[in-house]
Design a protein around this ligand. Structure first.
Ligand SMILES: [Zn+2]
Length: 165
């Protein structure tokens, strides 16, 4: 039963919302904008919170993207310092740059872990892994002992996947 909200579809929606948020009497807004008081009430109770939540989400996403951008810039700087240090044979500076990059990577991994909520891909069922596994065992075919050892190790690895860790 989706009834069209006369405020949502109003050409002066923004002005109406500004007035609502400013606490102007519904009667006044209704009179000025040609909408009913009940429509204003419903819009205020149901549609403004949703719109605000959406705006906040968008802001948070923008903030996250901004963070990633900043991190990339720091990365680029650290990498160019490292390159310069290596060219100039300055091991101290190179080490410091590498340390910086290392910390960056850690921070990024953490941030991305927080941002990325997609389910983790299980590498052991990926076509790439199956291809690698097959290639390995095929290549080891002439070396029975090695092949058995590798196959056993792989089975152990695969069986262990998902059990704690
Ligand atoms: Zn509405």
């Amino acid at each position: 039963m989706a009834r069209r909200c006369t405020v949502c579809t109003h050409t002066e929606r923004e002005a109406i919302e500004a007035a609502l948020l400013a606490g102007e009497p519904l009667r006044d807004i209704a009179g000025q904008r040609g909408v009913s008081k009940s429509a204003l009430q419903r819009h205020q109770m149901e549609h403004i919170p949703a719109a605000l939540a959406k705006a906040q989400e968008a802001q948070e996403a923008a903030h996250a993207i901004d963070l990633v951008k900043q991190l990339r810039e720091v990365d680029a700087t650290a990498l160019s310092i490292l390159a310069e240090a290596r060219q100039g044979h300055d091991p101290d500076l190179a080490l410091r740059a590498m340390d910086r990059i290392h910390k960056q990577l850690e921070l990024q991994a953490k941030l991305l872990g927080q941002l990325d909520e997609r389910p983790q891909v299980n590498i052991l069922v990926s076509p790439e892994w199956i291809a690698i596994r097959t290639t390995l065992l095929t290549a080891l075919a002439p070396y029975t002992e090695a092949r058995v050892a590798v196959a056993r190790a792989l089975l152990q690895l695969e069986a262990g996947d998902g059990r704690g860790g």
